[in-house]
Design a protein around this ligand. Structure first.
Ligand code: FAD
Length: 366
């Protein structure tokens, strides 16, 4: 087989590149995907009861990038959706991220915005050099809120103490000194009207795009000639683990369907201190589907299983840097996306990265 462009992986990174190559360059492109579907981790499907679920955990689109929003809007319409998350602490459900209402509910107070600012200032621990997620959380909210909301959730999620994780983990959770209870504050938020899989299918409709499912690229790559390979799979696997296996955090998703219309008050409820799971998602509250039953998903983080989150420690980054040196030597292979770059990307960020990489590849950007 002969293709000018071959892409490994049909997630958002691979699909964005394929769509650009097919439509802008009018070149043929082959995507090789080891799973039996396209979409990567944003894949959604209807379960046996006819409820639309996110098979790899809840995915909420949000971005401040107008160009990414406009790009994806070519392939889907959106349902307006403002994500909300509650956290179960001491028998109460409090809003996340931390807002004025969170503090008032946690401590049975009735403070206004400036009083909450003062309250948090008094709680905050003075840490001269912030090195870890624990340092960061303590410096923002103090010991008590850290223990109630962040400490155990982070331990469950990563399997280690927040004092061993770099600041990127907890810095993703903003603290709001107002009453805005939306989980994300981005300018564009929404859910693809007909689901992520449909959006992905629309990205891949061009006749120049061929997709080979159920195929690990190593099974076929020696029989295909190409000028450029765009690789969105795991980098350690590509190099036959020559510098060892990179660490990832995985999640086991347990789906349950209930014979009632509603399960919980918000689309997502976090459980930092109780139970073994970190959170429960109720899909109908994300997708607005009308159905007499409801499906939820409990998330059990663990070390084994599908690689989801690159491990945010210095040691892991140093190990990946050994692979990064190998990548620099490649002349006709582009490593792109969350697995190949060993980097957590949100959906908008990975699409932006792919659009930029395409522009670089065709020489329209330096
Ligand atoms: C639990 C969870 C929740 C998330 N929630 C959100 C959210 O709410 N909002 C948000 O913006 N982002 C969210 N994300 C991030 C989002 O999933 C990623 O941004 C996106 O999936 C990255 O796309 P990608 O193409 O880089 O990777 P992937 O989607 O992982 O695609 C890579 C593809 O490569 C394939 N592949 C791997 N190895 C091989 C091989 N050897 N041969 C052939 N194919 C191979 C894989 O099967 C996969 O389909 C979440 C991620 C997770 C894990």
């Amino acid at each position: 087989m002969n293709f000018k462009y071959v892409i490994v992986g049909a997630g958002l990174a691979g699909l964005t590149m394929a769509e650009r190559i097919a439509n802008v360059l009018d070149e043929k492109v082959l995507i090789i995907e080891k799973r039996n579907h396209i979409g990567g981790n944003v894949y959604d499907s209807y379960n046996d009861d006819g409820i639309l679920i996110h098979n790899y955990g809840p995915h909420i689109f949000h971005t401040n990038s107008r160009s990414v929003y406009q790009y994806l809007s070519k392939f889907t319409e959106w349902n307006d959706f403002w994500h909300r998350v509650l956290t179960y602490v001491d028998g109460n459900l409090v809003p996340m991220p931390i807002t004025v209402e969170t503090i008032n509910k946690l401590y049975n107070l009735n403070l206004d915005c400036s009083q909450v600012e003062e309250f948090l200032r008094k709680q905050a621990v003075d840490i001269p050099e912030i090195k870890t997620s624990k340092d960061l959380a303590l410096s923002k909210v103090g010991q008590d809120i850290y223990s109630k909301i962040f400490e155990n959730y982070t331990k469950k999620q990563w399997g280690i103490d927040p004092g061993e994780l770099d600041t990127s983990v907890i810095s993703r959770i903003p603290i709001r000194l107002n009453r805005d209870s939306r989980y994300f504050a981005d300018r564009y938020q929404g859910m693809p009207k007909h689901g992520y899989t449909k959006m992905c299918e629309n990205m891949a409709t061009h006749k120049n795009i061929k997709i080979m499912l159920n195929t690990d690229y190593k099974e076929v790559i020696d029989d295909i000639s190409y000028e450029k390979l765009i690789y969105t799979g795991p980098t350690d696997y590509f190099y036959n683990y020559k510098y060892g296996k990179l660490s990832y955090r995985s999640i086991e998703f347990k789906f349950e369907t209930y014979d009632r219309e509603e399960f919980q008050e918000a689309p997502v409820v976090n459980y930092p201190n109780d139970y073994d799971y970190t959170r429960i998602t109720e899909f109908k509250k994300l997708t607005w589907q009308d159905h007499r039953k409801t499906t939820i998903c409990k998330e059990f983080p663990g070390a084994e299983g599908e690689p989801y989150y690159p491990f945010p420690t210095k040691e892991c980054k140093a190990q990946f840097n050994l692979y990064a040196e190998e990548i620099k030597k490649e002349t006709n292979i582009i490593f792109l996306g969350r697995l190949a770059e060993y980097k957590y990307y949100n959906m908008d960020a990975v699409v932006k990265r792919a659009l930029d990489v395409f522009e670089l590849m065709v020489g329209r950007k330096e």
